[in-house]
Structures are given as C-alpha cells and as structure tokens.
Design a protein around this ligand. Structure first.
Ligand code: NAD
Length: 487
C-alpha cells in the first residue's frame, strides 16, 4: 500500500497547445523516492493519443518551417529567461520525483538551460556553405532544411536535461516535436514544457505525451515521424534503432554504460578520491557517466583505497531535498532491489566488500541504499560486466597502463572513462588508444557541454550523429545542394 502526499494530481498530456487531463483511465503512481509516498498519477498514452500528438505536430510543421529562424529563436530566448526565473522550482520537482540532491538537480537544470542557450544561436549554426563560379557562371550553395516531426524518448535519470538535448535544437531548426519522457519521472518535463508554453510557442510545435513501451512503439511506427532521438538502456536503444531504421526514419539511440576510472600511482590522491566519489556515488550512481569500475594501476591501489573507503563511509545518505545530504535514494523500490541484487551477486562471485550499501536501512519508506565498494573483482564477474546503475563500485587491480587499456577496451560498452595521473604522456596514450566516446583526464564525470557532441561508442550508442553540439543541427536538418546558372 503506497502512502499518498496531499497534493496528488494527474499529470497532463500537452497536445496542440492544450493541456489535457485524460479522465477515466488507469492511473500509474509516481512516488517520491525519499519517502515512498505517491506524489502524482500518470495515464499512459495509447496508439490514438500518439496519433493525435503526431498529427498535431505535422499540422504545426507546415507553418513552423516557414517561420524565419530568427523569429523561431525568439521563443527560445523567452524560454531561457523563464527557465532562469523558475530554476529552483524545476530543480525541486526533479528532486521530488527522481531523488537526486537539491544541488545536483540544480546543476542538471543549469545544463538544460545551456542547451537552450546554444539552440538560440541557430541562425548562425544552421548556415550552409556557398561558392561562386564552381564552373563558369555557375554558383553552388548548401542549405539546411527541417525534416518534419521528430520524436524524443528519454530516461528517468535526467528528466530536465536529456529532453533538452533534443527539442530546443529540433524546434529551432524548424521541426516540430513529440516528447515521450520516462513514465517514472513525468513531472519535471511537464514543468519544463509549461514554461515553453508560457514562452509563447505556437500550438503543436511541441507535444508532450506520457506512457510506456506501447506509446514508444506507436511513435516508432507512425509514418509522419521522420526522426527519433532516444536515450536509455542498451537493450531498448537497440530495439529503437532497429525498429525506427527499418521504418525508414533517422535515428540516434544512446544506450547504457560501464565506465572505468583508471588511477595511476602518480595521481593526486585526495583530489582523485573526491572526483571518484562524485563519479561513482553522485546521483546514487544513476548516471550514464557514472564511474562503476575503478582500475588502480600498480602501486596506486593501497593509498587510493585507504582514502576512498574512509571518505565513502562518511558520505551523507538521505532525502536529497535536505541540506548536507550527499547521496539520495534510488528512483524506485524495484530499482533498489535490482541494485541490491547485484551486491548479492558480487558476494556470491567472491568479490571482497570494503563497504556494503545494504547496511543503510530504508527509513520512512524511501528507496535508500548506501555506497558499496568491492575489491578484488575480476573482469569475468557480473558486477564487472553489467551496468548496475546504482552506487556500486567494483575495483579491478592491474599492473600497467597497457593492462588498463586492454581491460577497458574489452568492455562491451564504450560510453565514458577517466584517467587520473600527473603524467601527460600516460594521459595522452590513454586518451588516444581507448575505445570510448567520452574521456576525462583528471575529471571524474566527462560530460561534454551543450556546444560539444555527447555519445558513447560500441553498445553505448547506435547511430551516427551524437546528441547536442553541431551534431544536433546535422541530425535535425536535411542538407540540400543548389547549383544555379542565370542566362
Ligand atoms: P529505459 O531504457 O528503461 O527507458 C528509457 C525510455 O524507453 C523510457 O522513456 C521508457 O518508457 C522507454 N522504454 C522502456 N522499455 C521500453 C521498451 N521495451 N520498448 C520501448 N520503449 C521502452 O532506461 P531508464 O531506466 O529510464 O534509464 C536508465 C538507462 O539510460 C541507463 O541504462 C543509462 O545508462 C541510460 N542513459 C544513457 C545516457 C547516454 O547518454 N548514453 C544518458 C542517460 C541515461
């Protein structure tokens, strides 16, 4: 039986500029992960809801594509101002449904705002090239045109930022959009879209629907959807990529991760430990950039683990909305059980626990789990191979930098990795040889900013063009070459 907070409301769909409360349909509870209390109810879209949203986006596209880009971005300038004004409100909503700490939620919202800032530069960003007299009296130019209705399907862990990897860029390019955020955290994207509505976006340019795989599959198969952006786990990313591509759509599908943090003996240990704590246990390990395998090289292990274990045991775990809390709960009760299951598995496979997160008891119905560190993990163990998506760090000791590189390159994933060292040559060799999309040097979470592209390699990404940065403009536009001669 789920306890209920007093202000439980049904989350709305937003179609053709109208907020709709689907009545008389099954409600799914959204809970506050710090308390377990129900905070909202959400209805899952069916095929006809998706069809309505896509058709509204298509109708809007026929007008929006003709609005000059300098006018389109005026909406985004107003949106940016509103996001700034309500940043605390968006961040508090985020903590309430996702569980991450207030500071972390604010940092995520700031990153989201940065996406809007970059998309405001679309008049320059979507310019083409031109060259006169490519042959006698013939000029040539390229132009970029919007592609139509784009769909975005997003995960639970960044409900403010990840949708904004997509729709500010897409609509600034002249497309229209249907967003289907994670059904676990629908409140933050809803608040973000309320502000977009307030900024004066014309009806139908952005439509918001909630739901599960049924809604996603209807989007993937809808003939009027021309491009699909997905962020989530690897099995779903693969499904999205193969299904949407087979339907002739453009797809970018960012998947899961297993990120390695390599520490050389010459690293600055206190600073490295702080970076590892942030990487492995920040957002309770629910980040696609979270460090989840620690790889001390040679003599690094002793001093590193001494400091790391001490600091980990002092980590303040609790309700993320409270001051001083460094790590919040996991997103749902099921996810907490899944992560705890990995800790059981680590023990069963013979890894040595240096801290066991299960000792942190779930108080007040929240989905808490403390940080866990396993030493003497081998590359074959389940906890070394699979994405856990929780505060569990596995230590694999190696002898040389070359061993570290080979270990990381054997992983099925290639999202992010970091090396900690004071040796420029080691850092350079690591960055160059490592088969991973995003690399940090003495940086624990190598998250590219809005004006750089974001994506991994191998099973962490399916597609060609990455999220945000210049790739977003290429993804959300079709390029045309025009050659002209005048008699
Ligand atoms: P998820 O794959 O379970 O869900 C993501 C989205 O897909 C949700 O909107 C969900 O409704 C939908 N979905 C779920 N199952 C589906 C199915 N069978 N068919 C169609 N749609 C389906 O992911 P999650 O648990 O919400 O998020 C965590 C995952 O996202 C982790 O694996 C994490 O690494 C990954 N992630 C990756 C990045 C990146 O940049 N690579 C960023 C953030 C999160």
């Amino acid at each position: 039986m789920i306890a209920t907070e007093s202000s439980v409301a049904t989350v709305s769909f937003y179609v053709n500029g109208v907020w709709e409360k689907p009545e008389g349909r099954a409600l799914h509870h959204i809970t506050n992960p710090a308390t377990g209390a129900a905070i909202a109810g959400v209805v899952y879209a069916d095929e006809s809801d998706i069809d309505r949203a896509v058709r509204s986006a298509h109708e809007a596209f026929l007008k929006w594509r003709n609005v000059p880009v300098v006018d389109r971005v005026q909406v985004l300038y107003r949106y940016k101002a509103l996001l700034e004004k309500y940043v605390d409100d968006v961040a508090a909503t985020l903590t309430r449904e996702n569980g991450k700490t207030a500071d972390d939620a604010k940092a995520e919202t700031r990153r989201a705002i940065q996406m809007v800032e970059v998309a405001c530069g679309m008049p320059s960003l979507m310019m083409g090239d031109s060259l006169n007299d490519v042959a006698r009296d013939i000029d040539c130019k390229t132009i970029r045109q919007p592609i139509g209705v784009c769909a975005g399907i997003t995960p639970f862990n960044f409900p403010a930022m990840v949708p904004m990897w997509m729709y500010p860029f897409a609509i600034a390019c002249g497309n229209t959009f249907v967003l289907k955020p994670s059904e676990k955290v629908p409140l933050t994207p809803t608040r973000a879209i309320e502000l977009l509505h307030e900024a004066g976006l014309p009806p139908g340019v952005l439509n918001l629907v909630h739901g599960d795989r049924k809604a996603v599959d209807a989007l993937l198969r809808h003939p009027l959807v021309k491009a699909v952006s997905f962020v989530g786990s690897t099995p779903v990313a693969k499904h999205i990529y193969t299904t949407a591509a087979a339907e002739g759509k453009r797809v970018q599908a960012l998947g899961g991760a297993k990120n390695h943090l390599v520490v050389m003996a010459d690293a600055d240990m206190p600073k490295t430990v702080e970076a590892i704590i942030g990487s492995a246990f920040g957002a309770a390990g629910e980040r696609c950039l979270a460090g989840s395998v620690l790889v001390p090289v040679g003599e690094a292990a002793g001093p590193l683990l001494d400091l790391l274990v001490k600091r980990t045991k002092s980590l303040a775990v609790g309700d993320g909305s409270q001051a001083g809390v460094e790590m919040g709960p996991l997103v749902t009760s099921d996810h907490r059980e899944r992560v705890a299951g990995y800790i059981d598995k680590g023990l069963a496979e013979g890894a040595k626990p240096l801290c066991d997160g299960r000792e942190k008891k779930s108080t007040d119905g929240g989905y808490f789990l403390g940080p866990t560190i396993f030493d003497y993990v081998t590359p074959e163990m389940t906890i070394a191979r699979e994405e856990i998506f929780g505060p569990v760090l596995s230590v694999i000791r190696v002898n040389t930098l070359n061993d570290a590189i080979e270990l990381v390159n054997r992983s099925a994933f290639g999202n992010a990795t970091s090396i900690f060292t004071n040796d420029g040559k080691a850092a350079r060799e690591y960055s160059s040889r490592i088969e991973v999309g995003m690399v940090g040097v003495n940086v624990g979470v190598a998250a590219p900013m809005a004006f750089f592209p974001f994506a991994g390699w191998k099973n962490s990404f399916f597609g060609d063009l990455h999220a945000h940065g210049k790739d977003a403009i290429a993804f959300y536009t079709e390029q045309k070459v025009i050659m002209s001669r005048w008699f």
